[in-house]
Design a protein around this ligand. Structure first.
Ligand code: SF4
Ligand code: SF4
Length: 376
């Protein structure tokens, strides 16, 4: 029925049609709530990127054009600095003033992982979203999902843990409160977001090739970056083992059709376990959606039979994220304390500031901090 026909009908006849269209839309939104959340966060990240671009323009022009506002959300892309701030906060009780928003974002993501597993990766992370889109494209091109054999999959998965291990060792085992403070207030850390901007804005040919290869690999092998290389995901994977919610299979009603294992983007053998306890489970709920037997595969609260719906996960994940970041805003810990004059000053030499590159450098930094400022 076309629009013209609808307009010609009396309103009483149009109502059922409008109601059914509305209910179809509501059902579609409920079925695709994860996609809606992913798109919303991706748009938020794009918005932050645009705002940060105008801030850089402001710095480049010496404060003439662009916008003096620096979006604090950009600190979500400084996970190492954020991890250091979190540790510094735990050691000293002080929230450092250079990238406080980054610390709260990391804290929010860790809290989400404790409640809903590694759901950040499949609900909020823009890189996870992009990986998913590329993986879907791969499914369409190849007509089936390609998986690496175990002998290759396991060693590759350990790469992200090696990277995480390096950062955890360097920060939690080598750094003291004093050296953390020295690093966090260093000029390198202050302009880290600006350096990151130029990494992408003036991207080198080598980096472009690496990113291009990762794109291609993500089409061929689903979630290549997330599964094998992302240390952030590795950290959340470890935390998620303590998660309050787990996917549970009712062995009695399960027909062993294997559909859940087939759709799982993390290649988890859902059909072979009673409870999914895996650092790779991202609480995407694809397995739950595909299960043909009612009340057989569900996300439940650990130790209870309480089933959590997709809508509740959406509200929980987004709500927790907003709660922690909102707390930072309410307590005055969202905006950093670097003044615009300082930014204009530091920007002039942003390219010359370096950072520790090894454990030895950190030990050296510890010594320098202990000895105090040297005479010129
Ligand atoms: S499909 Fe199920 S088991 Fe696999 S990652 Fe998603 S929620 Fe976890
Ligand atoms: S999809 Fe459902 S019925 Fe099929 S194997 Fe998985 S849990 Fe069992």
């Amino acid at each position: 029925m076309n629009r013209l026909q609808i307009q010609e009908q009396p309103i009483t006849e149009q109502l059922p049609l409008l109601k059914s269209t509305r209910s179809k839309l509501v059902t579609w939104l409920a079925d695709n709530v994860r996609l809606m959340v992913q798109i919303s966060f991706a748009l938020l990240v794009v918005w932050i990127g645009i705002e940060f671009h105008f801030f850089i323009e402001y710095l480049e022009s010496g404060g003439v054009t662009g916008d003096a506002y620096r979006p604090p959300g950009v600190e979500g892309f400084l996970p190492i600095s954020s991890l250091m701030s979190l540790y510094y906060w735990l050691l000293t009780g002080n929230i450092h003033a250079v990238h406080p928003a980054g610390m709260f974002i990391l804290l929010g993501v860790i809290m989400i992982s404790l409640v809903f597993g590694k759901s950040f990766c499949s609900w909020l992370c823009p890189v996870g979203f992009l990986s998913e889109v590329l993986g879907d494209l791969g499914d369409k091109i190849f007509g089936r999902r390609l998986r690496l054999p175990r002998w290759l999959d396991y060693p590759l998965r350990s790469i992200k843990y090696l990277l995480l291990g390096f950062f955890v060792y360097s920060i939690f085992f080598l750094m003291t409160a004093a050296s953390l403070e020295a690093f966090l207030y260093s000029l390198y850390n202050i302009v880290a977001d600006i350096k990151m901007y130029y990494f992408f804005a003036d991207i080198s040919r080598f980096s472009l090739i690496v990113i291009g290869v990762l794109f291609l690999l993500s089409i061929v092998i689903r979630n290549f970056w997330c599964r094998y290389l992302c240390p952030y995901g590795a950290l959340l994977g470890v935390v998620s083992l303590l998660s309050l919610h787990k996917i549970k299979r009712n062995v009695a009603s399960c027909t062993d059709c294997g559909l859940c294992a087939q759709v799982c983007p993390s290649s988890i053998k859902v059909d072979k376990v009673k409870t999914v306890i895996s650092d790779e489970c991202t609480a995407c709920l694809s397995c739950v959606d595909v299960c043909p037997v009612k009340n057989t595969l569900e996300l439940t609260l650990a130790g209870t039979k309480k089933v959590v719906s997709r809508k509740q996960v959406a509200v929980g994940v987004v709500g927790l994220f907003m709660l922690i970041t909102g707390l930072a805003m309410l307590t005055g810990n969202w905006q950093n304390k670097v003044t615009i004059e300082e930014y204009l000053q530091y920007y002039k030499n942003y390219d010359s500031y370096g950072h520790p590159t090894s454990g030895d450098d950190i030990v050296e930094l510890n010594k320098e901090v202990e000895q105090g400022p040297q005479e010129p």
